[in-house]
Unconditional design. Structure first.
Length: 518
């Protein structure tokens, strides 16, 4: 089964049902499928053959899901780029991915590509906005041929290659094929209430993120109408919700908190159209969650997943939330239980499975587990062993099968729904001539759930303040990765083997913090 075949079915059976909407633009399923075919044929005619890679740097727009589906039909691998990354970070991903073409959005995003000295292997540049001599108009990629391209595909054809940060500080390209994304379609459709043709999905999450992309593709495959938002606007989001019917919504906790805090008279809105909010990807406090449930009065589902499993694989269902509000409050700290086809277990340092209640590393076995990391077989083998994917999350399973996170074995920080690995920041800090030693941890943050804190040891006789170091980091890292907090200390605590004692550094900050990870 190929993921675009679901959209082709909807185009045949429900041709006039709206498929994509953004602002004044709207496409029916028949129009969407025809445009996807035109785009797929145009990409092939422009030298992007099956197996080639196309990098996409854009905010949410109607062309984004079109490109996902067109690449799937043509056998081309799409490389979604995080538009918040700095040019140096973008350069590494474009080069490592072997992209032969780049599609970019507005002038600001094109400027991030233009700031890169050289991109070996990239032959063509296409712009979604006004162009100059270097950038060709994206619209010229659409051919006149509305038939599906004559390309032989199988379930192992890689649809997209999404980059996730690594513990070494270098991003890894997660390859996801039809074989992985089709099970996500089945898993997400098992969550009650079942989605129906013509239901409405509102997408404020960026499609370069696995949560946004997986949900949008599943919604389209189901026959739902997907409305995209280029930027998160709390007031605009609320006004869009109340003007629709049967709305599904995917948010990160920072968005939920922003809606509650910044929408005037939020309690006066009638949220009857809102049927479900799926949230996850970062910590949320029980207090914020209770307030949100009271205001929105809809089903809440927490999803736990990661780029390497193509979407969410554990869920805390709406019924579980109702149990929590009825007195079982501990459930609000859980990530939920496995979706159909997913197994989990918790192991100790020796690989032995632990009984309920004992803390170890979470392993997941799922048909949606990635095909692998692009050109990194050793890291793939380290992550997937004997069919089990090592998540790097430490926690325990209770007697009912609910999983609870206790810590992140790999020290990952989740800030506003974005994964940040300390090693990325530490590599930048070490490159400053005044920094002799450094380490980074995540600390509680009221707005983003977690935020990076940098501990630095300065070189002898060196002088450096937090503002100067922040400016240095901002030139080399995406904004969400830049630490807002810096502590200059005389020595980084380490164990006898030289490993940084990050747990010791974290304890004072997390000791009294109520923390729920989803």
């Amino acid at each position: 089964m190929l993921i675009h075949q679901f959209v082709e079915f909807n185009a045949r059976e429900y041709p006039d049902t709206p498929a994509l909407k953004m602002g004044e633009r709207q496409l029916s399923f028949a129009q969407l499928d025809a445009d996807v075919n035109r785009l797929a044929n145009g990409l092939l005619a422009n030298g992007l053959g099956a197996g080639s890679r196309l990098a996409l740097l854009a905010k949410n727009c109607i062309e984004y899901p079109q490109l996902v589906l067109a690449c799937a039909k043509a056998g081309i691998t799409l490389v979604p780029l995080n538009y918040r990354l700095a040019p140096a970070e973008l350069a590494y991903i474009v080069q490592q991915s072997d992209a032969s073409a780049v599609v970019a959005g507005d002038e600001e995003l094109r400027a991030n590509i233009d700031a890169i000295d050289a991109l070996d292997g990239v032959r063509n540049y296409y712009s979604l906005a006004n162009t100059d001599s270097k950038w060709q108009p994206f619209n010229e990629l659409y051919s006149d041929d509305t038939h599906a391209p004559a390309v032989t595909l199988d379930e192992d054809s890689v649809i997209y290659q999404m980059y996730t940060s690594g513990t070494t500080g270098l991003p890894k390209g997660v390859m996801v094929s039809h074989r992985q994304i089709v099970p996500i379609y089945s898993m997400m459709n098992s969550i009650p209430p079942r989605r129906q043709v013509g239901d409405y999905g509102l997408m404020p999450l960026p499609l370069f993120h696995v949560a946004g992309l997986a949900a949008a593709v599943v919604w389209l495959s189901t026959g739902m109408t997907v409305e995209l938002m280029a930027d998160f606007d709390p007031v605009g989001l609320v006004e869009t919700i109340v003007a629709q019917q049967q709305v599904d919504l995917v948010l990160v906790p920072a968005m939920i908190q922003a809606i509650l805090a910044f929408v005037p008279n939020i309690a006066d809105y009638d949220f009857t159209p809102l049927k479900r909010i799926v949230y996850g990807a970062s910590p949320i406090s029980a207090e914020v969650l209770r307030q949100a449930i009271a205001v929105f009065d809809c089903d809440f589902v927490q999803g736990f997943g990661m780029t390497e499993v193509s979407g969410m694989v554990l869920t805390l269902q709406a019924a579980d939330h109702r149990r929590a509000l009825a007195g079982e409050e501990q459930l609000l700290r859980s990530c939920g239980r496995p979706l159909p086809g997913v197994s989990l277990k918790v192991i100790d340092d020796d690989g032995r499975e632990l009984p309920a209640g004992e803390t170890g590393e979470l392993l997941i076995r799922t048909p949606s587990a990635m095909q692998g990391y692009y050109k990194q077989p050793e890291k793939t083998a380290d992550t997937i062993q004997d069919g089990w994917l090592h998540t790097g999350d430490g926690g325990y399973v209770d007697a009912e099968g609910f999983f609870y996170i206790r810590d992140r074995i790999k020290d990952m920080i989740v800030s506003g729904g974005e994964n940040v690995y300390p090693a990325e920041i530490e590599n930048v800090l070490f490159s400053h001539p005044a920094v002799q030693d450094a380490t980074v941890i995540g600390i509680p943050d009221e707005r983003f759930g977690e935020a990076p804190l940098a501990f630095c040891v300065l070189a002898p006789d060196a002088e450096l303040d937090a503002g100067q170091l922040e400016s240095f980091c901002r030139e080399r890292l995406a904004g969400y990765k830049v630490p807002r907090h810096y502590e200059f200390i005389s020595e980084i605590p380490r164990n006898p083997s030289g490993k940084v004692l990050k747990r010791v550094l974290r304890e004072p900050y997390w000791e009294n913090a109520e923390r729920q990870v989803g």
